[in-house]
Ligand binder design. Structure first.
Ligand SMILES: Nc1nc2c([nH]c(=O)n2[C@H]2C[C@H](O)[C@@H](COP(=O)(O)OP(=O)(O)OP(=O)(O)O)O2)c(=O)[nH]1
Length: 141
């Protein structure tokens, strides 16, 4: 039985652009593009996990918005990743790079030009076609 890995990612939106991050080469799935985030720890809500991960990875505070799409499961050789992506926006802009080698703010029509981790493809497709001006960020606007 393969290990189940529950992961959250943040589709950060700013000025109509979406943040894509490239994992450090020495990490699992290194060199592929992803949404910043990570594994949900015991007792955390997905939103809390995202806030913690963005703090660890960028030293930044975020507001988590609505979910992009249903959880997407993908079987890799090391396990099954159950990925849920949420829209989010930065409240601070330290942007220290700890876990990533590159970051890019992309237009929606550029998202599909990158090599994404396979679990991300469904969310990337939804974001590419979404009306980003309508995304809800609860309690922050
Ligand atoms: N963060 C993130 N991980 C993703 C995405 N797509 C995808 O397949 N993954 C996979 C890669 C990893 O196997 C797993 C997330 O683990 P991670 O290494 O980022 O998480 P972490 O920081 O909590 O873990 P760790 O390095 O401390 O072990 O999910 C994505 O968009 N964002």
């Amino acid at each position: 039985m393969k290990k189940q890995i529950n992961v959250v990612g943040a589709a950060l939106i700013e000025n109509g652009k979406v943040l894509a991050t490239k994992r450090n080469d020495d990490r699992v799935l290194g060199t592929l593009w992803e949404f910043p985030g990570g594994k949900i720890e015991t007792g955390e809500t997905p939103e809390q996990a995202l806030q913690r991960e963005l703090n660890e990875e960028f030293n930044d505070e975020i507001v988590v918005g609505e979910r992009v799409t249903e959880t997407n499961s993908h079987e890799y050789d090391f396990g099954i990743v159950n990925l849920t992506v949420y829209y989010a926006k930065f409240l601070t802009h330290h942007f220290d790079l700890v876990a990533h080698s590159r970051v890019e703010w992309l237009n929606q029509n550029e998202l599909n030009q990158l090599s994404w981790a396979e679990a991300d493809q469904a969310a990337v497709n939804v974001i590419s076609k979404a009306d980003l001006t309508q995304v809800k960020f609860y309690g922050s606007n």
